[in-house]
Design a protein around this ligand. Structure first.
Ligand SMILES: Cc1cc2nc3c(=O)[nH]c(=O)nc-3n(C[C@H](O)[C@H](O)[C@H](O)COP(=O)(O)OP(=O)(O)OC[C@H]3O[C@@H](n4cnc5c(N)ncnc54)[C@H](O)[C@@H]3O)c2cc1C
Length: 644
């Protein structure tokens, strides 16, 4: 593996910074150039607010980086405001349209970053991550001779290495595999899926924007020094005996292997990174709706979408009187207006635009039939984002024709329709109530809610009650250890990612790839450095608090002592922000360092940033190349609608 493929590699950060600067500079240049094209040259470059007169005669603000244009300046508005009475002009003019969607560009340039808030930038965490990255690079360099075949794990290492059984191959487990020192740790990975999947791109894969194999990496190639990968599922655990039971995947269907074998694995540390599952909240019929959690889900969804288009195009629904049925068959209901639901709506919009292109698309006759409906129980989409971006997400999707239904729950899913219940509030009487309705649909995708997987419940049965979080996840301390009934077993089980409930600043960390990835890399270092996880705080080997063992490495110890890491630092999450695709080359991006907000974009600049980040965050160079080719291929040839 290349050093630049480390989880927190410098190169990734630098590449991202470079791409981001390019995006901003390009957009600025484009804005300036567009202004010259659109407006007389007497203008001086300044920032203005663009107001659009809506049909009710109200002026709606449309922030934009724009040239000052005196003739249109209104007396009633600010000196820098610009009134455009005809919103159609914006929609019809690509340059103006692009500019008007860049709400963040203005904010970026006008925001006075108040450096008195410096204490909000987590400099200590940034410094720690930088030094960790240097350590990771040395780690990777040590791996190269082994991968070249010129070095081996010595017999002494073979005898003394600690066995770490890692459950899962998602974000948390994969980050751990990439960073762990396999000369000291005998890593055995157990997962029913033999690959890591870049979940933020599942919506793209389900709609054919990228191929599945472009955003996955096989466990066996993530780190050549991993001792073993076992394709199976953890189905039981004996914490006292440090043993986990694994049911192997049934691989030999054609030979009639009905009862797959079970094996037992012994461990020194059990790393639980089993994620979570989709929770349909007991809604009748919802178990039959499609979901988007794994590659297999994306593959099924892609096939089902193709089937819907074909079903809607059948000759038996070709008459004018069958228009309604054709529309029903090509109506896609997405349940849940979080980032996954919103991104899927955006991707489905792109797919519909692509396949209904006159002459070139595969289904031009379905142009007026395809409907994307996004149903959300809350009053705002993507509640994780800042409010202006939440509003922009709603506006952007509605502008594209996505039907967004807010304050609405799906109460039942039946063959061909969904039952909806919408909150209603009568302003005159102040009465609250619900309105029930039915929506004819062709296909539904459930993107709302998560629940723990069954192994987590089994594990919790052997842990003290305090380890059980209200939502069924496993509560862990700052070193990702759940409490144990027997204190001598503390640190033998470590939990991370979506399966863990980890507190930071009076709140639980969110269930995101960012958290899981950072926790995975953190745990890998904690284990590789040999901290004694039975003590609190965990201490380095060969200190007054902890005995000398194979983990004692004088150079590493001195380096860690120099950094003040005689005892392990607590896990701290470095929040770098949020991204979501909205379709049509627009996205939302909220960039921050910890709690310190840097900028918030929506529109095309955000889209460039979104693509740059997704490209840089791919886990291997191979994936970056494949994803780039997929994007180019689709923009040139359109999406591939073949089904197998
Ligand atoms: C469509 C989608 C889009 C997303 N987009 C974003 C985004 O843009 N940004 C972001 O930060 N987060 C995003 N997330 C959330 C993110 O993917 C999760 O928070 C992250 O995957 C959690 O990582 P994890 O390691 O805890 O679990 P996962 O990545 O879910 O991995 C769990 C692993 O455990 C395996 N497993 C399950 N049960 C067992 C068992 N009994 N034994 C052994 N192995 C088992 C599974 O096969 C899987 O390999 C998205 C999620 C989805 C579904």
């Amino acid at each position: 593996m290349h050093p630049f493929e480390s989880e927190s590699g410098f190169a990734k950060a630098l590449l991202l910074l470079l791409l981001h600067c390019t995006a901003v500079i390009t957009t600025d240049a484009f804005c300036a150039r567009s202004n010259q094209m659109l407006l007389p040259s007497k203008t001086s470059l300044t920032q203005m607010k663009l107001y659009v007169d809506n049909s009710e005669g109200e002026e709606q603000p449309h922030s934009v980086w724009y040239n000052r244009y005196k003739e249109y300046q209104s007396d009633t508005l600010d000196d820098y405001d610009f009134v455009l009475n005809d919103s159609e002009l914006i929609e019809s003019d690509p340059a103006l349209n692009l500019l008007s969607s860049e709400i963040g560009v203005k904010e970026y340039f006008t925001k006075q970053i108040d450096l008195s808030h410096e204490e909000n930038i987590p400099f200590s965490v940034l410094a720690e991550r930088t030094f960790d990255t240097i350590e990771d690079i040395f780690q990777h360099l040590q791996r190269i001779p082994y991968e070249n075949g010129s070095a081996k794990i010595t017999p002494e290492e073979e005898l003394t290495r600690k066995t770490v059984v890692v459950l899962g191959s998602g974000w948390g487990a994969h980050a751990l595999m990439k960073v762990a020192n396999c000369n000291k740790l005998r890593i055995i990975v157990v997962s029913p899926s033999n690959h890591f999947v870049f979940t933020p791109m599942l919506a793209s894969a389900a709609t054919g924007t990228v191929e599945y194999r472009s955003m996955t990496e096989a466990v066996r190639s993530a780190n050549g020094m991993i001792e073993e990968y076992i394709e199976g599922k953890a189905v039981g655990v004996d914490i006292g005996k440090k043993r986990v039971t694994v049911r192997l995947n049934s691989l030999l269907d054609q030979y009639g292997e009905t009862e797959p074998p079970e094996i037992e694995l012994e461990y020194d540390h059990l790393v639980v990174a089993v994620g979570c599952k989709v929770d349909v909240k007991g809604v009748p019929g919802a178990t039959n709706s499609l979901r988007l959690k794994s590659c297999d889900d994306a593959r099924k969804l892609r096939t089902a979408i193709g089937e819907c288009f074909e079903y809607a195009s059948r000759p038996d629904v070709s008459g004018a009187d069958r228009e309604e049925e054709r529309t029903r068959r090509s109506t896609f209901l997405i349940v849940g207006g979080g980032p996954t639901g919103v991104e899927l709506a955006g991707e489905l919009y792109d797919l519909a635009e692509d396949i209904t292109r006159p002459h070139k698309g595969s289904y031009p006759r379905l142009r007026n039939n395809i409907k994307v409906v996004l149903c959300h129980s809350g009053s705002a989409l993507v509640p994780q984002f800042e409010q202006p971006l939440q509003e922009e997400a709603l506006k952007s999707l509605r502008r594209k024709g996505v039907e967004v239904i807010l304050n609405t729950r799906v109460t039942e899913l039946k063959d061909g329709y969904a039952k909806l219940s919408t909150k209603k509030f009568d302003k005159e009487t102040g009465e609250k109530g619900r309105v029930e309705s039915e929506l004819p649909i062709g296909l539904s995708v459930w993107c709302a809610g998560t629940a723990p997987v069954s192994f987590v419940s089994q594990l919790l049965d052997q842990l003290p009650d305090v380890a059980r979080n209200a939502d069924g996840r496993i509560k862990v301390d700052k070193w990702l250890r759940p409490q144990m009934n027997d204190p001598s077993l503390l640190g033998s089980v470590l939990v991370l990612g979506d399966a863990a409930a980890c507190m930071e600043d009076d709140d639980f960390l969110p269930q995101t790839a960012q958290v899981a990835g950072q926790q995975g890399a953190y745990l890998a270092r904690l284990l590789s450095r040999g901290y004694d996880l039975e003590t609190t705080p965990p201490a380095l080997p060969c200190t007054p608090l902890s005995p000398c063992d194979i983990f004692y490495d004088p150079v590493l110890t001195e380096w860690l002592k120099l950094r003040g890491l005689d005892v392990a630092s607590k896990f701290s999450f470095l929040n770098l922000g949020l991204l979501a695709y909205l379709g049509g080359g627009e996205a939302l991006s909220q960039v921050q360092v910890g709690e310190f907000p840097l900028f918030a974009y929506s529109g095309s600049v955000a889209f460039v940033l979104w693509r740059s980040v997704y490209l840089v965050k791919q886990v291997a160079t191979k994936n970056r190349i494949l994803v780039t080719f997929d994007w180019i291929k689709n923009s040139v040839f359109g999406r591939d609608m073949t089904r197998f």
